[in-house]
Design a protein around this ligand. Sequence first.
Ligand SMILES: C[S@@+](CC[C@H](N)C(=O)[O-])C[C@H]1O[C@@H](n2cnc3c(N)ncnc32)[C@H](O)[C@@H]1O
Length: 407
Amino acid sequence: MAGNDSFTLSVAGRARSKVSPFYNPTLDNLSKEARDLFENYSGIDPDRVVSHVEEIRDRAWAIFPYPCIGLFRFVNLSLRTSPLYPSILSRLKDDKQTFLDLGCCLGTEIRQLVADGAPSENIYGTDLRPEFWELGYELFRDKGSLKASFLTGDVFDPFSELGKLDKKVDILHAGLFFHLFSYDQQIEVAKKIVKLMRPVKGSLLLGWQVGSLDVGVLQSSDGATILYRHDEESWAGLWREVGEQTGVKFVVESQLVEGARYFIRDGQPAEPWVEDPKRLMFSWENGAQRDLRLDNSQWRKDRKLHPSVMGTKWSDVILSPSLKDSIMSDITTFFDYEEMYTSLIPWKRGIILHGTPRRSSVETTEGDDKDKGVDKDETETLDEEKEVAKPISEYTNQHIKFHILRY
Ligand SMILES: C[S@@+](CC[C@H](N)C(=O)[O-])C[C@H]1O[C@@H](n2cnc3c(N)ncnc32)[C@H](O)[C@@H]1O
């Protein structure tokens, strides 16, 4: 199957012309974020940004006419809109984790991560077409500074240089990628991703693709196969199948989002399928649990809390130094002895820190129901510090500020 995606076989082959509905002659609505990236990361003169992007786009279109190129979607910066983005940045910056962008094309998402402070040494891009990556250096004018590595590879080729990253990737991004392939090929891609990911809890895949309630193969009016689209259920089903085949557990989250008329030029007549604007945003974590949240004395799973917890740093927790040191030591010791705790201690054992953004308090829970309150003196110190306390995340509300629970 080397090198073939459905698109190669159908639409793109017929669409290289600039009168294609997938080719927008001008870049009319560059987002503020993308403009910032070109002006501040690449140092391009504000008056030159649009013509610069248009010129590089034409060269990319000549390499291969994907709609994301013809319609300037490659400057859209979707990764940063994920609620997981703050935690991804912190994992790359603080924990020096490894990031791979699969089907990275010109490498736009990688540049955003680097502009936001992620060290580029631990970042990789891979694509079937290395010409796109080379052009990316011209687009972002960073050949001399970017330390991210590019690996040429057909994702279906078991002998490609991508194998270097087997079991080493902590976070993998796949933007507009899966839909290019048939269902069976998607299973193969998914298994390749499992092979690439570090085999530990918390390894993360995220991305997005064209989605639809009309699940399955999409054909154009002349019967050519174009894309294979999922909704949330079929996507979860695919990962269930991959889990059964690989023995790996995933927590899969996905959301079918209604978007703008996305894959066709404005004002262009098109086949009905391109009028279906849905996108499927997704993520999974290897063996991760959703965080539990305590509301009105009831535990419930909260999928939004997880990104908030993952994005939280110890430096965000404002406590008196002695109390903070002792909590940190409790928690790190707890996680260091995973095996022992798993075999000896009831599953409810854990450590929960909670409090409003401005008035922190701490409570530790051990065993079933034994709670330890906070020393009064410590709480008073916190009150004095409340002016400098800041909210940890947009997902935090009411009483839960910070939460760590180990099963
Ligand atoms: C539609 S583009 C998406 C680009 C980018 N990820 C984004 O979100 O804008 C798909 C990319 O996947 C690459 N690709 C297609 N088939 C591939 C394969 N078999 N192995 C690796 N990359 C492939 C293409 O060259 C192209 O750059």
